[in-house]
Design a protein around this ligand. Structure first.
Ligand SMILES: [Zn+2]
Length: 112
């Protein structure tokens, strides 16, 4: 699981505004299977995020660490699967080792 921010609103391109998310598994839309767009607020920061499975994390993604403010995202420099766990190198942070395969991350899409 990844942390949730207060006052989240959920949208999907296929349905527009949705109240309570209708999800299939994880944070994907039940209708189209795409990740829901989450409009999150944290203090004065407003960012659109996706809550993605670690298996969908790619080089260049901006991830918010659990417990960090919404504005302090780190860029993924490298991600690889090693011995059944993920190893993720983050700019200005260092390396997350032995990340379990069911971990989710908040990935920044942009501000709103
Ligand atoms: Zn959808």
């Amino acid at each position: 699981m990844a942390i949730k921010f207060s006052g989240e609103k959920y949208q999907c391109p296929c349905e527009g505004d949705i109240g309570q998310p209708n999800r299939i598994h994880g944070w994907k839309c039940a209708a189209c299977g795409e990740y829901l767009q989450i409009y999150a607020e944290d203090r004065s920061a407003k960012q659109v995020i996706e809550r993605v499975s670690v298996s969908d994390v790619k080089k260049g993604d901006l991830l918010v660490q659990d417990g960090s403010p919404l504005l302090s995202a780190n860029e993924v420099l490298d991600v690889r699967l090693e011995n059944g766990a993920y190893r993720i190198a983050l700019r200005e942070f260092g390396v997350l080792k032995k990340v379990s395969t069911d971990k989710e991350f908040n990935r920044i899409l942009g501000s709103w």
